[in-house]
Ligand binder design. Structure first.
Ligand SMILES: [Zn+2]
Length: 202
């Protein structure tokens, strides 16, 4: 991908280990189980881990914490591998991360710094107006953007998510797209409106 010389790369927000319903405690593949056991200095089967996490006691909390922390740690390994692959082609090629909400908000910052390598880190805030019809949700999206931006560091370059086209499944009107770009600049101080060429047939 890097060899095709894009202007920059962005890792999708779906590259995460939570918030992928109906799975709740992903990922529990053999590699992640081995990673957890090494991380937590344990030797537990998948069944034993999940059985232990369901109990309401301190031990269960310890295992749950270790499960999440080992998952976060595995993502950082992934970020490192991606950056190394980019560096082999071009250490100046920028790579950022699209932000996901919840507890992964702050992890995204670390992930983005790793992905950025020697370049300035880049994060795309979460705030598209997918499937939007009308303006009732505009203030909510802008407030969410401002909250995300204020929780994160100032030395990162921020992009906005007003990128409805060519994602036609989620597309919105040109007017809403442009207002989302303008709102992102005002509400969240984004540096670069990250937009595809708008769908001019709308
Ligand atoms: Zn896995």
């Amino acid at each position: 991908m890097a060899a095709s010389r894009p202007v920059f790369l962005l890792v999708d927000d779906d590259v995460r280990l939570n918030n992928h319903l109906p799975t709740r405690w992903c990922c529990a593949c053999p590699l992640h189980l081995a990673f957890f056991n090494q991380f937590a200095h344990r030797d537990m089967s998948r069944e034993a881990i999940f059985q232990a996490m369901r109990v309401k006691d301190e031990q269960a909390k310890t295992i749950r914490d270790a499960w999440f922390e080992s998952g976060d740690s595995s993502l950082m390994v992934l970020a490192k591998v991606i950056r190394q692959a980019i560096d082999e082609v071009d250490p100046h090629l920028r790579c950022g991360k699209r932000l996901e909400g919840g507890r992964h908000l702050l992890l995204t910052e670390l992930f983005a710094r790793e992905l950025g390598g020697k370049t300035k880190p880049m994060v795309r805030l979460a705030g598209a107006m997918y499937l939007h019809s009308g303006y009732s949700g505009f203030a909510q999206v802008m407030a969410s953007l401002a909250m995300q931006r204020n929780l994160m560091a100032d030395d990162i370059e921020y992009l906005c998510e007003a990128d409805s086209f060519p994602q036609t499944l989620y597309s919105t009107s040109c007017k809403t797209l442009r207002e989302c770009v303008a709102g992102s600049i005002l509400a969240a101080k984004v540096d670069v409106p990250y937009t595809w060429i708008p769908n001019t047939t709308e």
